[in-house]
Design a binder for this molecule. Structure first.
Ligand code: NAP
Length: 461
């Protein structure tokens, strides 16, 4: 390796390709971590601090000066200080004239202040060029070599040249700058690190609600009813039988809920005769979290598979099989093989296996690393065509499982049908409506509407 190689340059700030000095206000956790990273990348760093005493925590190649002295040494000043303390910058306004001020601050709450911290900084120091950056990177990530999740740095600012200078620094640190436009974007960038899985809220809350509902439903039907009418204690069903009933119900219902907004959107577009009108807000939000709904459904399907695998080793199941064999032996009578039952049980299992296989395939193709490698048509083919095939297979799996008991009075306890019957409601609605929508008399106008055709001009009188 030659002496001019980039690796050596990164560690040796005093080479011929010397970088411009960067000033950092604040010697706290973030200021120090950023300073350390910048020195590694070859930037001379000068800290502006209330105390000029060098502490052992401060990177050893950095200088520590007063705010005013440090500001004079650099064109770019990173303000690694909480917004509440920005007032100290007002007396420095003259020195900061024309400098690039980088606002890295975050807040404790979403939309905590009427304006973003970066806009507030621009108001305090009107002569400076404020750029928002680095707030989505943590001090810990900078120190520990940056993780993939924190490699992206959102940058925004009104001055193009200032923004470019900051983006160059971001790149030099081995991070990826993402230009978000003017300083108006700062509020959104500041809210970003405060969001907690925003797309997962609805799917998770809905799943929790459905789990609670179906748990009590199964408890009433499968534990309380036999106890009241037959004096049988099936309370142990709570451990495996009831969860193994809830998981497939949730998997099927949530999978159907992934496709329901699509058919609702189609009906709305057909009714309106145009695609140029916004869907209701709730439908928009529902469509945005379809991937998360599908992944939660896949998690329940996987749990169902695991619960099913342990069925043969359950004590209750082994007891039932052995007592059946003993009763046949005592009666000296062997039951002949029921061919219909054998067919039904094998078909039910085959449909379940195929449905789960496609379910997993859908999950894999939704991963960014896979979906980024297929084109839009391929992605749509997998998510729409294979998705509907999965829904058909899983619905058929449930229908074959219990179809023969639909009309049997014993399937209704306290007038409540078996829980799996409820799980068929949404999937059957989705599949029937989708089936109707593929008829040419509806599919053709829908395709034309989606290509931009309008049944009647929206703005005519
Ligand atoms: P910190 O450890 O509390 O450091 C803040 C620094 O601000 C202090 O060390 C102090 O530096 C300076 N300061 C405190 N009171 C001051 C005052 N009244 N006047 C002037 N300066 C004052 O906080 P931090 O974690 O480094 O965070 C600094 C900024 O970076 C915050 O806006 C935060 O939102 C942002 N940020 C932090 C992280 C992170 O992971 N920590 C990530 C992204 C963004 P001196 O003693 O040298 O004056």
């Amino acid at each position: 390796m030659t002496k001019n190689s980039s690796n050596i340059m990164a560690l040796a700030p005093n080479t011929s390709n010397k970088r411009e000095t960067v000033c950092i206000f604040g010697t706290g956790d973030f200021g120090r971590a950023l300073g350390h990273k910048m020195i590694q990348a070859g930037y001379p760093v000068v800290f502006g601090s209330r105390s000029t005493q060098i502490s052992s925590l401060i990177p050893k190649d950095a200088e520590v000066l007063s705010h005013a002295e440090a500001a004079q040494k650099a064109a770019i000043i990173i303000i690694a200080i909480q917004r509440e303390h920005y007032n100290f910058l007002t007396p420095l306004a003259e020195i900061l004239q024309g400098k690039v001020l980088v606002d890295v601050s975050n807040n404790l709450k979403i939309n905590q202040y009427p304006e973003s911290n970066a806009e507030y900084l621009a108001q305090l120091v009107p002569g400076a060029k404020v750029v928002k950056a680095f707030n989505t990177v943590s001090a810990w990530a900078l120190q520990s070599g940056t993780l993939d999740a924190s490699r992206q740095v959102f940058v925004c600012g009104d001055d193009m040249k200032a923004k470019q200078m900051v983006m160059d620094i971001v790149r030099a640190l081995g991070l990826t700058p993402l230009d978000q436009g003017s300083l108006l974007a700062a509020q959104e960038i500041e809210n970003y690190p405060l969001q907690l899985f925003p797309m997962w809220k609805f799917p998770v809350l809905l799943s929790l609600g459905l789990v609670a509902f179906f748990f009590f439903y199964c408890l009433i039907r499968d534990v309380i009813y036999p106890y009241v009418y037959e004096n049988k204690d099936f309370s142990f069903f709570i451990a495996i039988s009831i969860p193994n009933r809830i998981c497939p119900i949730l998997a099927l219902t949530l999978l159907a809920l992934v496709y329901l907004p699509g058919v609702l959107a189609a009906i709305i577009q057909l009714y309106r005769g145009t695609k140029y009108r916004r869907f209701p807000d709730w439908l928009d939000k529902w469509m945005l979290c379809r991937k998360q709904l599908g992944l939660v459904a896949l998690a329940f399907a996987s749990l169902h598979v695991l619960y099913t695998l342990v069925i043969p080793i359950r004590s209750f199941v082994r007891w039932r099989i052995s007592s059946h064999i003993v009763s046949q032996a005592l009666n000296n009578k062997t039951e002949p093989l029921d061919n219909t039952n054998a067919w039904l049980s094998d078909s039910y299992l085959a449909l379940g296996i195929l449905g789960f296989f496609l379910f997993v395939l859908l999950g894999i193709t939704s991963l960014p690393s896979v979906s980024n490698n297929v084109n839009w048509r391929e992605f749509r083919f997998v998510q729409s065509k294979l998705g509907y095939l999965t829904l058909i297979l899983c619905t058929a799996h449930t229908l074959v499982y219990g179809g023969k008991w639909f009309l049997s009075p014993s399937a209704y306890r306290w007038c409540l049908p078996s829980a799996y019957m409820l799980s068929l409601i949404v999937p059957c609605i989705v599949l029937v409506v989708k089936f109707v929508l593929v008829f040419p008399c509806l599919d053709k106008p829908l395709t034309r509407i989606r290509q931009g055709w309008e049944r009647k001009p929206q703005y005519s009188k």
